[in-house]
Design a protein around this ligand. Sequence first.
Ligand SMILES: Nc1nc2c(ncn2[C@@H]2O[C@H](COP(=O)(O)OP(=O)(O)OP(=O)(O)O)[C@@H](O)[C@H]2O)c(=O)[nH]1
Ligand SMILES: [Mg+2]
Length: 280
Amino acid sequence: MEINWFPGHMARSTREIESSLKACDCVVYVLDSRAVRSCFNPKFDGMINAPIVYLLNKCDTVERTVTDAWVKTLTNGKNTAIATNGTDAGCRKKLIAAIKNACRETLERQKRRGLNAHARAVVVGVPNTGKSTVINTLCGKARLDTGNRAGVTRSVVWARVDETLDVLDTPGTLYPKISDRRVGENLAIIGSIKDEVLDKTELALALIERLNGIDVNILQTRYGRAVEACDGLETIALSRGFKIRGGQPDTERAAAIILDDYRKCRLGKIALEKCEDYEG
Ligand SMILES: Nc1nc2c(ncn2[C@@H]2O[C@H](COP(=O)(O)OP(=O)(O)OP(=O)(O)O)[C@@H](O)[C@H]2O)c(=O)[nH]1
Ligand SMILES: [Mg+2]
């Protein structure tokens, strides 16, 4: 499945983000725990010099072992990683501490000079990973618009966390051509690509294949029968009683259902990519 979704506003946002990255004290890179590797945007390669705090966000959608492995791999000298549930106010303290720790050089330098300590962090990530939600949690109030679809935030906006920290929300950005088929599929499955530009039937078939590759019982448990890649959408439609006129199985509705079931974790806590897949 070829994915190409890089509208004008995204190109514009990428340029704006590039200049903010140069001036910030730390970068908060928000990744979706279900497809961490696929959430890395190659456009940012070489743009980031500041320390990075990687957020394995939506950690509630995968097993703890998955995020633990990514945290270990992504934490090194300058950069740190933490698993977060952006919707959970209980994460606030941990998030603020991690960001201020990444900005500590700036904060300490200002203190030494007798200045008011103040740092700026830029929040980046592909669409729908939870950037604005995380910032609302950081600020302790629903300041920014959020929504479970790609492309909610349309322009950069500063938000004050407290007197020593400001964070910049940015629109989710991708890159012009996603040449790796699996990466494109992963991003589409987790909702980082606008649904309107996707062929949902093709995507649902890819998801069936992927889930069966992980464990054939996942779909069997949910839909009460074995779901094969070749006629999986017919099987799901039949199991749910979805029919079109003439009694044929409604495969379009079945495609929408399996994607929704995956995204809402009704199939279980399932990561599409694991850290181990990339080791060695
Ligand atoms: N399950 C779960 N959902 C989350 C988490 N964080 C955010 N969400 C949900 O993910 C969806 C997207 O959140 P946003 O904050 O709008 O994502 P964004 O990265 O700002 O999206 P764009 O502005 O489109 O790039 C919303 O429905 C949030 O409620 C999380 O940790 N776990
Ligand atoms: Mg947003």
